[in-house]
Ligand binder design. Structure first.
Ligand code: NAI
Length: 329
């Protein structure tokens, strides 16, 4: 009797943790390397009560198919669960849970991107790769001389601020809600003041209707010349066209983007032989002062272990009818 059907199971990093934690928790797994679809759901979930997924879309039709197969709980190995049709889940009596992981992976990565940007690391690496050991054009700046503006002081933003506090820089913060812990190291200011004062701006808010294209032509115009922009939050917080114009004009001194607009269908796939239809990404990648990575600031050993362990733990609690801190609906 299988108990949990695991979809999108990755051999290279997740398998060892699934084996370890399923043994420890006494769970039997049915695993599949692919995302669930109408063809494989019945087969993979046979005899299972729970399903463990990542960010693949779970539509109403799929939810119905899960229900028909006897599934009563879906856990996602991610923080967000907007890829799951929760209304359909309720309709078919399926409960849903997530598996949040700690903020340190993204926060560390953010500090790395800030340092890479102010020290011109992309240019340095490109030069050493071709044995160009000259100094002209790669002079950096020291963080202690700069003002960093942190937008969004939730779990990740707060950790970034704590990390940055050791560098001696001035830290400004903006959020819809103020947090007491943040005030130990940073000063909350209105957004307009942050635009005006910050040498480095780093984004740590979710994407909402309110802050879509938060960084656009108008907000860029209010920023300091040579401002450094870091985005490890969501691509559409920045209007790519405006950022490109800002870099071309020199208004933006550097940018580091772990997320971009229209990254869906690109990131986590090998697309090197394909002609892609994301011109903005191609342009941004080409600039010597823009560092791009593929939405993987979260990706650490700690992350993998945590999401596998907690997703299985939540399935076990659900099956035992116990209080389940990961259940979201
Ligand atoms: P959180 O929910 O703990 O904090 C978000 C903060 O943003 C809250 O304090 C909230 O009040 C604030 N906020 C919301 N709307 C705002 C607005 N319009 N203006 C100012 N502040 C606003 O979230 P967490 O865990 O810190 O994540 C932050 C971002 O990082 C999210 O967008 C998340 O999707 C992204 N993320 C990126 C990852 C990556 O690998 N690059 C991995 C995990 C999360």
């Amino acid at each position: 009797m299988k108990s949990v059907a695991v979809f999108d199971m990755r051999d290279f990093d997740e398998a060892e943790w699934f084996e370890k934690y399923s043994q420890e928790l006494g769970l039997t797994l049915s695993t599949c390397p692919d995302a669930p679809d109408m063809e494989n759901i019945a087969r993979v979930t046979e005899g299972c009560e729970c399903v463990d997924i990542i960010t693949s879309q779970i539509t109403r039709e799929m939810m119905e198919e899960f229900a028909k197969s006897g599934i009563r709980y879906i856990t996602t190995r991610t923080i967000g669960y907007d890829h799951i049709d929760l209304e359909a889940a309720k309709e078919f009596g399926i409960h849903v849970g997530n598996a949040p992981y700690g903020p340190n992976g993204v926060a560390d990565y953010t500090v790395m991107l800030i340092l890479m940007s102010i020290r011109k690391m992309k240019r340095i690496l490109e030069r050493t790769n071709i044995q160009d050991y000259t100094l002209q054009g790669i002079q950096g700046r020291e963080l202690k001389d700069l003002t960093v503006g942190v937008i969004g002081t939730g779990r990740i933003g707060r950790t970034v601020i704590r990390n940055l506090s050791g560098f001696g820089c001035r830290i400004l913060a903006y959020d819809l809600y103020e947090n007491e812990e943040v005030k130990e190291h940073a000063s909350y200011v209105p957004l307009k003041e942050l635009w005006k004062e910050a040498d480095v701006i780093t984004l740590h808010t979710p994407l909402t209707e309110e802050n879509h294209y938060l960084i656009n032509k108008e907000s860029l115009a209010e920023m300091k010349d040579g401002v450094v922009i870091i985005n490890t939050a969501r691509g559409a917080l920045i209007e790519s066209e405006a950022l490109i114009a800002g870099i071309e004009s020199g208004k933006v001194g550097a940018a580091a983007l772990d997320v971009v607009e229209k990254e869906f269908g690109l990131y986590y796939y090998d697309r090197k032989s394909d002609v892609l239809d994301n011109r903005e990404l191609a342009i941004l990648r080409g600039f010597p002062n823009v560092t791009v990575s593929h939405h993987m600031a979260f990706y650490t050993d700690n992350y993998t272990r945590t999401v596998v362990r907690d997703s299985l733990q939540s399935c076990k609690l659900f099956m035992e009818g116990k209080k389940n801190p990961w259940e979201v609906c």
